[in-house]
Design a protein around this ligand. Structure first.
Ligand SMILES: [Zn+2]
Length: 399
């Protein structure tokens, strides 16, 4: 399909795409409460005549167009949103879904409902065009991205597409990866005592101070494209509520943003080496990954570890370059390839062996802020971009 045809098809569908996006924004869908939005997505996929539409046990909604024997491509975006907070500062209210000034306003417009609308309509418009697709094409609207990734963790156990396009805001540029995030909890166990007799106890504060300073100064894994690993202490707490008692235990959370290729065991090994140098005899240390209970609207419940791995493709990966050609032709300008500063569900897909490329409408700076809004022109461009990606990346020569 020529780029002009793609743009024409999207242009003709403008009102439907915008209306669908606004309806998604008007349906609140905090993590764990995506049910009503999932229903909207499912109904739209069915109305657009996709070959298969299903909702899995986690609550992810998956649509499919059957194609030829070329690589299968999955378009991926998340249905959950973060808390809009107090509604008062919002110009139109967080769930108004106001369409004005060429933009769609409200929580989720950028992160991530514009991506869902563009992806669902990409499949719908390809169906309406009656084209033979080179490979199977999926769209997955998942649950639980903002907290723990329950939907995508489940999804990759059920499906193995040859390639995934991660829809998160990128201003319609391509992204070839991001750093990961590990959350460690380091606990030092000493001995409690009356604060007036410190020699009776083993106060864990001093060893933790030495450890944190050593961690601050330790050389970190480097990556020319994604930057170095960074790590900071965030939460800290003791097992005591009395200020005149030496605590027996002190815990600190470490927010660890890892460069690609650095693994949890490697990060843990560095922590343990620094602890060995920092902690005096009589104090025991414990290092673990933080966990959290998550639950989906379908009732699925899991304990999730806070260890999100990065995703990345090499700058000269042929699939990435094919994606660049496809989107550049569709949008009529040279599309750059960058990296995301934040992490996405692409990490779970990458860890399951599914190569990922990022692409989505909206300014990343609009995610998680008051007056989140999405330019309609970007929404429509992204729809054409997803169509072009599906057609080019499903080609048998790619993959
Ligand atoms: Zn997002």
């Amino acid at each position: 399909m020529a780029p002009d045809d793609l743009a024409g098809r999207v242009h003709d569908a403008r009102e439907r795409v915008v209306d669908f996006c606004a309806r998604l924004v008007r349906a609140p869908s905090m993590t764990g409460d995506e049910g009503p939005v999932a229903e909207l997505v499912r109904a739209e996929m069915q109305a657009l005549g996709l070959d298969d539409v299903s909702t899995d046990a986690a609550g992810n909604v998956i649509g499919c167009l059957h194609g030829g024997s070329g690589p299968s491509v999955m378009l991926h975006a998340h249905m959950d949103i973060v808390d809009p907070g107090d509604a008062a500062p919002w110009k139109y209210g967080p769930y108004a879904g106001e369409i004005t000034d060429g933009q769609i306003w409200g929580r989720g417009a950028v992160d991530d409902k514009g991506c869902i609308a563009a992806q669902v309509y990409a499949l719908g418009l390809l169906r309406e065009a009656g084209l033979e697709l080179p490979g199977d094409l999926y769209v997955a609207a998942v649950v639980g991205e903002e907290i723990g990734g329950l939907g995508s963790r489940y999804l990759v156990e059920q499906m193995q597409p040859d390639l995934a396009i991660i829809g998160e805001p990128s201003n319609n540029t391509l992204r070839r990866g991001h750093r990961g995030r590990f959350e460690f909890i380091v606990t030092l166990h000493g001995r409690s005592a009356h604060a007036s007799t410190p020699h009776e106890g083993r106060n864990p504060h001093y060893a933790m101070s030495r450890f944190l300073l050593a961690l601050r100064d330790a050389p970190m894994a480097q990556d020319a494209d994604f930057g170095a690993t960074t790590v900071v202490p965030t939460l800290s707490y003791v097992d005591q509520t009395s200020s005149n008692v030496i605590p027996a235990a002190l815990s600190v959370h470490l927010d660890w943003r890892n460069a690609p290729k650095e693994t949890v065991p490697q990060a843990r090994a560095l922590i343990e080496r620094l602890l060995a140098d920092s902690v005096e005899p009589g104090i025991r240390n414990e290092v673990r990954i933080a966990t959290r209970e998550v639950r989906s609207y379908t009732g699925m419940q899991e304990t999730i570890e806070h260890a999100v791995t990065p995703f990345w493709l090499a700058a000269d990966d042929p699939r990435l370059l094919a994606a660049q050609t496809a989107v550049s032709e569709a949008l009529g300008r040279q599309i750059p390839i960058e990296v995301w500063p934040f992490f996405t569900d692409g990490g779970f897909l990458h860890a399951a062996g599914i190569p990922c490329i990022g692409f989505g409408p909206g300014d990343p700076a609009m995610a998680h802020v008051v007056d989140e809004r999405l330019p309609i022109e970007q929404l429509l461009e992204a729809t054409a971009g997803y169509m072009a990606l599906a057609l080019h990346l499903g080609h048998p020569a790619i993959g």
